[in-house]
Design a protein around this ligand. Structure first.
Ligand code: SAT
Ligand code: MN
Length: 658
């Protein structure tokens, strides 16, 4: 259980402001008339107290309240360029921001949940005891904004009024962070009080980049105070560490859904997208994937895109599962974004008319951006995430420096993307999700798509996501477990989260039509793993549309499927037709056999890996192991009849006979 408002409130204890009267006195003293008049719109007293405490702790020279007006937005952009956090590019409304070369991603090793002595947390989470974290905040954030302006913005994580939308305050001395916030989140300055009343709470985020020097990075920290719904971030700039509306608040949303959501709410690391068929029917999807495993690509493959990173989902009174995107923009990896695979995104990035903040890509002499895998010609030199760059430039260890960092990003609003469905994306009612997908990066085991036989099986598919390990993470088996692709953001014990997953998807409130189909997806099977000799993938980006189209057809009862011990897989004739119809591609039988034969030894050892790892966790629902048992005994029986590699036609015959 998570106890809210438990233990010392670090922000309040560090700032020393405990009443609205004190808060008013301090803010009246610090803010100029214009900004005080803006803040007067906010009636939520607790918000004043939080802001006053941030002022007392960080000691900024002045405070800028973001009203969300066009003038205020322009002012943030202007200041960001003046301050040097962003530089203008040749394309109108495009800017470039660089994070320090050593801070090109989430600083997982310096990210901690602040916990009370008596609290249970996930074994995967790094935690720090409240008193120690308070010491750290006091020592390192005291006066961190001296000589700087503190910006304060009011945002809604979700369409305003939506059941699971959460209001949040973002406080930062970084213009880049505030500018990103304005693009990625819905400003709710004028309605903040109503949003707080509706949701019963709000989240608070306090960040400062400090002097933004490489030598300070060792002191950089990201703290999530679970009990007081407050985050602290210091000495860093990468948005995943600083714009805590994103992953910082996602972690709190996971906590709130898990412990206060009555098993009818989920907060997931998922895209949301729709597939429209010939009749005009849209089938809505939500899908989990770890960072860098095709989540944005899948989202964009839909005809009706809604979100690419996060989803707040609930069991609705109308018997459906509903999802909203807490964000209104994308902070997307640009590596491998190209015309062929991502036409809509490329259009928004390469044609005038969209406001874009680029980060950590190469800028050439003409002020044009370039990145790896963009399918365009690259310049010989320019400036990138590590400074001056020329072709062949190497690091001290001799390895070549790529043109852009693999985690280089673009920040833009969803409605700049042609397939964004604004009507549904902005609807507080959310979209009714029919299909939930779970995918990772699996080179040799699971087929491109398979459907769980029951809600319980689907939950276990989600629990069993894996991704290829990076060079430094390779374990005995070379794969990294990524439960629900959400594990880095689950603060409490995994057992609590898993229990809610089982209860949610088995909810009796779903009507027959509203019960979502839960499926696995895998785009990363290699030729090598299916008897070939190359490491090439057995597929291409555009195939994603077909996998989604098949899932939509399956979920709507338009196609039959082949039953296997681990779930249902597509029939050849349906895929053959869909490949033609959706992407005009001839889908050969030989490729189908490679895609959908079950490699039983691989699957069994994968189940063993999961069983061993989960076996070390406390109090997991026994259902998890029961589903693994069921899969294993089915696979063993199949193997006795057909050997270790079972083709789809053997599977069909086996089920027919069985
Ligand atoms: O670094 S973040 O987690 O914020 C971005 C992402 O990978 O989704
Ligand atoms: Mn993400």
């Amino acid at each position: 259980m998570l106890k809210l408002n438990h233990g010392t409130d670090i922000l309040a204890a560090s700032g020393g402001v405990n009443s609205i009267a004190e808060a008013r006195a301090i803010l009246t003293d610090t803010l100029d008339d214009t900004n005080l008049a803006k803040l007067d719109v906010i009636k939520t007293e607790d918000a004043w107290v939080k802001i006053a405490n941030a002022v007392k702790l960080c000691e900024p020279d002045d405070v800028f309240v973001l009203s969300g007006s066009i003038q205020d937005r322009d002012e943030i952009r202007r200041r960001s360029i003046k301050k040097g956090e962003e530089k203008p590019l040749t394309m109108k409304d495009h800017t470039i921001h660089y994070d320090l070369p050593e801070e090109q991603g989430r600083i997982v090793d310096r990210t901690f949940y602040i916990v009370n002595e008596d609290e249970d947390t996930s074994v995967l989470a790094k935690t720090m005891i409240r008193d120690e974290a308070m010491e750290y905040v006091r020592e390192h954030m005291r006066g961190i904004m001296k000589g700087k302006t503190m910006f304060v913005g009011f945002f809604s994580r979700g369409p305003q009024g939506a059941k699971l939308a959460l209001p949040a305050i973002e406080i930062s001395s970084s213009t880049y962070v505030m500018h990103s916030g304005l693009i990625l989140y819905r400003n709710c300055f004028g309605t903040f009080d109503d949003q707080v009343k509706r949701s019963g709470t709000f989240l608070t985020n306090v960040h400062s980049e400090g002097l933004n020097r490489p030598e300070d990075l060792q002191h950089a920290r990201v703290f999530m105070d679970r009990s007081w719904l407050t985050t602290f971030s210091m000495f860093c700039t990468y948005a995943g560490n600083t714009l805590l509306l994103k992953k910082g608040n996602h972690r709190m949303a996971v906590d709130l859904a898990c412990y206060y959501g009555n098993s009818e709410a989920l907060s997931e690391h998922m895209f949301i997208t729709g597939m429209k068929d010939d009749s005009g029917r849209i089938t809505w999807f939500a899908g989990a994937a770890p960072s860098g495993c095709g989540k944005t690509t899948t989202a964009m493959a839909g005809t009706d895109f809604v979100g690419d990173d996060l989803a707040q989902m609930w069991v609705d009174e109308d018997g459906t599962m509903r999802a909203i995107n807490p964000e209104q923009g994308i902070f997307g990896i640009v590596a491998d974004v190209n015309r062929e695979g991502d036409p809509y995104l490329m259009k928004a990035l390469r044609e005038e008319g969209t406001e874009v903040i680029w980060s950590n890509v190469l800028v050439d002499d003409e002020g044009v951006t370039h990145w790896m895998g963009n399918g365009e010609e690259h310049p010989e030199h320019g400036v990138n995430f590590q400074g001056e760059w020329h072709k062949g430039k190497t690091k001290p260890d001799g390895t070549e420096i790529p043109i852009s960092h693999p985690n280089a990003r673009c920040t833009l609003r969803c409605d700049a993307i042609d397939n964004y469905n604004r009507e549904h994306g902005e609807d507080p009612a959310g979209v009714p999700v029919k299909v939930v997908t779970y995918s990772g990066r699996d080179s040799d085991t699971m087929p491109p798509v398979w459907v769980g036989k029951s809600p319980d099986h689907g939950v276990v598919i989600g629990a069993s996501i894996v991704s290829a390990a990076t060079a430094t993470e390779i374990g005995a088996s070379g794969v990294k477990r990524q439960p629900w692709a959400n594990a880095p953001f689950i603060p409490g014990p995994l057992a609590d989260y898993m229990k809610v997953q089982f209860e949610f998807f088995n909810s009796s409130k779903f009507d027959a039509d509203g019960q979502p189909v839960l499926a696995g997806l895998n785009y990363f099977l290699t030729d090598e793993a299916r008897g070939g000799s190359s490491k090439k993938l057995l597929g291409e980006k555009r195939d994603v549309k077909v996998w989604l189209a098949w899932l939509a057809a399956y979920a709507n009862g338009d196609v039959e499927a082949i039953e296997t011990p681990i779930g249902y897989i597509p029939r050849y004739e349906d895929l053959h037709e869909l490949f033609h119809k959706v992407i005009g591609k001839e889908y050969e039988w030989e490729l189908y056999v490679k895609h959908f034969s079950l490699y039983i030894d691989n699957i069994l050892s994968r189940i063993e890996l999961q069983r061993d790892a989960f076996g070390k966790e406390k109090n997991l629902p026994s259902k998890l192991f029961e589903v693994y048992d069921e899969w294993e005994s089915g696979l063993n029986e199949l193997q006795q009849h057909h050997g270790s590699v079972v083709s789809p036609d053997q599977l069909q015959a086996f089920t027919a006979a069985g």
